[in-house]
Design a protein around this ligand. Structure first.
Ligand code: AMP
Ligand code: MG
Length: 427
């Protein structure tokens, strides 16, 4: 095939272009706060109350007025007992209140003295209904061991913002202001296809019976899981049919029900396969050569939906990833992940990088921006996986992240480089 050479694009250009196509999905849903992890908020969440709702004790001990404790060793009677969950009475001057962690501070008290700093001089007598007396060792500071009302959240504050991706901590925070239900953008529906006549599914043919040239389909496994981690509903269609008409039918059908069709393989320049002409028949397709390593070939397109009203829009996005496993993996993380987060309205879609020292030499500068698979070591630096080939998936398992190495840059031991952890990229 006489394919024209696609223009080389920087990763930043490619990402900006992709994100420009990633219009917010129409449709939100109210979900249980329990199910919020990884979902993107569709609206701001505003607190209807202070958290904590009132001043409360952060210790088990005695609530007092500082003015009543002028010198160490003062003995004061215990005038009431306030467990967590109870409301106390105003504190009688010249007395202390027995108080427990989380219990509201009685009116008039301005400090809590922890029980370790008090000694009972007269024990409580339940039969007589007396609460005893305590001697206070030190001098309390006004405000000590008191958690102030609203110190976590104030009434009316935006606690979680539209476009924020929920985490276990944000689920807890939402619950702390009484939210049992949260409004989130609906899940993207993604159709996943693999391409390549050489591909065999693990389990279909045993390793000892693999025909020459056959390889197992590994991309399908990490792509499906990565999609699910990003909140997508995945329809996995397996390997693309090996006929052009069947491919067109499969893509047309998938476009009706999905927001994105994601494929791996078959986007190299000049390669013969059914996907490219099929997408071109059904819509439009741009083949990109992205100046990154691994992962150069990449395709973005759109497939028209017939009828156009189905699934909330008239076009289904199409993304074609390279077939080499590490290229597929890395291009997913740096391009598809931000795209899918942005479809859901996500605001923070690109990962945080950390400056760390390289503990290795990488003398060969590359013309392309590289994502080198590395691992943090106990000495606070980064070790490099020795084989950085785009087919060596072991590098992505051994590594716990990548160095984002600019084009044309060699690395000498001790140089500061930009590290992105897989935890950041795969969450
Ligand atoms: P392609 O991008 O189709 O030219 O494929 C590039 C390389 O990746 C070839 O060696 C393919 O065999 C391999 N490959 C393509 N798809 C997969 C897959 N799903 N799993 C594992 N390897 C693949
Ligand atoms: Mg192929």
């Amino acid at each position: 095939m006489n394919a024209p050479r696609a223009p080389l694009k920087s990763l930043d250009e490619a990402l900006a272009e992709l994100l420009a196509h990633a219009g917010l999905l129409s449709g939100t849903e109210d979900i249980s706060t329990f199910d919020g992890d990884g979902r993107v908020l569709a609206r701001d969440v505003v607190s209807a109350l202070h958290v904590p709702p009132q001043d409360n004790s952060s210790m088990d001990g005695y609530a007092a007025r500082c003015a009543d404790v002028r010198e160490p060793g003062v003995v004061l009677p215990v005038s009431q007992r306030i467990p967590a969950g109870a409301g106390g009475q105003p504190l009688q001057p010249g007395s202390v209140a027995r108080i427990f962690t989380g219990a509201p501070i009685p009116a008039g008290a301005d400090a809590v003295i922890m029980q370790e700093d008090c000694e009972m001089t007269v024990p409580a007598d339940p039969q007589k209904g007396t609460l005893g007396s305590v001697s206070i060792k030190g001098l309390p500071q006004s405000g000590q061991w008191i958690r102030r009302a609203g110190e976590d959240v104030t009434r009316g504050a935006v606690v979680l913002s539209k476009g924020e991706r929920l985490t276990p901590a944000s689920q807890g925070l939402a619950a702390s202001i009484g939210m049992s239900i949260l409004p989130v953008v609906r899940r993207p529906r993604v159709a996943l296809f693999s391409t390549g006549d050489e591909l065999v599914m693990p389990g279909d043919i045993a390793p000892e019976h693999m025909p020459p040239g056959a390889i197992y389909n590994s991309n399908r496994f990490f792509l499906r899981t990565l999609l699910q981690r990003l909140g997508c509903e995945v329809s996995d269609f397996g390997i693309v049919p090996d006929q052009r008409d069947a491919t067109i039918d499969a893509l047309r059908e998938a476009a009706l029900q999905h927001d994105l069709i994601l494929t791996s393989g078959g986007v190299s320049v000049g390669e013969e396969d059914h996907i490219k002409p099929a997408v071109q028949t059904l819509g439009e397709l741009d083949l990109w050569q992205i100046a990154i390593k691994p992962g150069k070939p990449f395709a973005y397109g759109k497939i028209r939906r017939v009828p156009s009203a189905a699934a909330g829009g008239d076009m289904c996005h199409f993304i074609g990833l390279p077939g080499n496993p590490v290229s597929s993996f890395i291009t997913f993380l740096v391009l598809v992940r931000p795209f899918l987060l942005r479809l859901q309205g996500g605001q923070r879609v690109t990962p945080v990088t950390t400056a760390l020292p390289a503990h290795f030499d990488w003398p060969r500068a590359d013309k392309r921006r590289e994502f080198l698979r590395v691992r943090r070591n106990a000495a606070g630096g980064l070790d490099l996986f020795p084989n950085q080939s785009s087919g060596v998936l072991t590098s992505a398992v051994w590594g716990d992240g990548v160095i984002d190495n600019p084009a044309g840059r060699s690395i000498a031991k001790g140089d500061t480089v930009q590290f992105i952890s897989f935890a950041e990229l795969m969450g």
